[in-house]
Design a binder for this molecule. Structure first.
Ligand code: MG7
Ligand code: MG
Length: 301
């Protein structure tokens, strides 16, 4: 088999870590054989589509952006900030098993949903707040999404964050294209315009898998697409394809930034390709470009 990894320049940089090059070559081979018609993209949002850091600052997450909505009740903010203080360390604790964390995350999202209940917020105003905050997307995201659209490749942005702010940012950045869908926690309102919770089952960072995608319109679109590029920045993101039995070639790309020394081994065993402090979409773009221009694929046309 050809050494695709060697041929794709972007994969030969110092910050690119690949545990098993043969495996990645096999996956890319599968991508080329299947062509764009068999491919789709499954991507996390927070710190995967948005940058992990910029000018020395970390970006707000989708929940964090919502909390910048003007004049939210003090009590709501106190509650959710308290929850984040308690649960965030558990979320990233490398000594706990996924199962243990899962129960805590279940609780965190439930309590957040409860705290949101009764808030009177305006969807248009949420969009406005997000356009003002306007977190930057990774360099090249727009080009990446446009290439995916041109090749008719569906993209699922799969977020355990808040869907309303995710969509607002994607729209504001011009990447909410017809081939893009968002599965996330969306606010549900009553007739008086007060939040009554999330629209569907809560998606948290450790049940973000087929459980949440099955039955959606997107799932039907990808049932005949057995190749996928998965993008994420948290270990939990590597599990997004769990339960999707029709998949054949799954390429997991992980963006690592915080505590990278400590986490690199773990990331390398969860993701096929680990990008250390890479705030661009260069690697996914290079791979996509390689697939769509590959002679094997073009020869089949
Ligand atoms: N995350 C999860 N929850 C909250 C919350 O209530 N407030 C804030 N500020 N952040 C939250 O995109 C998923 C990420 O969102 C964070 C319920 C988690 O850290 C999770 O990784
Ligand atoms: Mg993320």
């Amino acid at each position: 088999m050809e050494n695709y990894v060697k041929e794709i320049n972007e994969l030969n940089k110092n910050h690119v870590h690949i545990k098993d090059v043969d495996r990645v070559n096999k996956i890319i081979h599968g991508f080329i054989s299947g062509g764009p018609n068999k491919l789709h993209v499954l991507s996390d949002f927070d710190k995967t589509i948005t940058k992990q850091h910029e000018n020395g600052k970390l970006h707000l997450t989708s929940f964090g952006m919502f909390n910048k909505y003007p004049s939210l009740p003090e009590e709501y903010l106190r509650t959710v900030n308290g929850l984040a203080e308690k649960y965030r360390p558990i979320e990233i604790d490398p000594t706990l098993s996924i199962k243990e964390k899962s129960n805590h995350m279940e609780e965190w999202w439930l309590l957040t949903e409860k705290a949101l209940m009764g808030l009177e917020v305006n969807p248009m105003k949420i969009e406005e707040v997000c356009s003002e905050i306007a977190p930057s997307l990774r360099d090249g995201t727009k080009e990446f999404f446009n290439s995916l659209k041109d090749a008719d490749i569906p993209v699922l942005v799969f977020s355990a964050g808040l869907g309303d702010t995710v969509v607002a940012v994607l729209k504001h950045s011009g990447v909410f294209l017809p081939n893009v869908e968002v599965v996330s926690n969306f606010l549900k309102y009553n007739n008086e315009g007060a939040v009554v919770g999330f629209k569907d089952r809560r998606i948290h960072c450790y049940n973000k898998n087929e459980f949440a995608i099955k039955g959606t319109e997107f799932y039907n679109k990808i049932l005949n697409r057995n190749n996928v590029i998965l993008l994420g920045d948290s270990i939990g993101d590597a599990g997004m394809t769990e339960g999707m039995d029709h998949l054949e070639n799954v390429l997991k790309i992980g963006f690592l930034y915080e505590r990278s020394q400590e986490f690199l081994p773990k990331y390398m065993s969860s993701f096929d390709i680990v990008l250390e402090d890479d705030q661009t979409m260069d690697v996914p773009r290079a791979i996509l470009n390689y697939i769509t221009t590959s002679p094997t694929h073009l020869g089949e046309k």
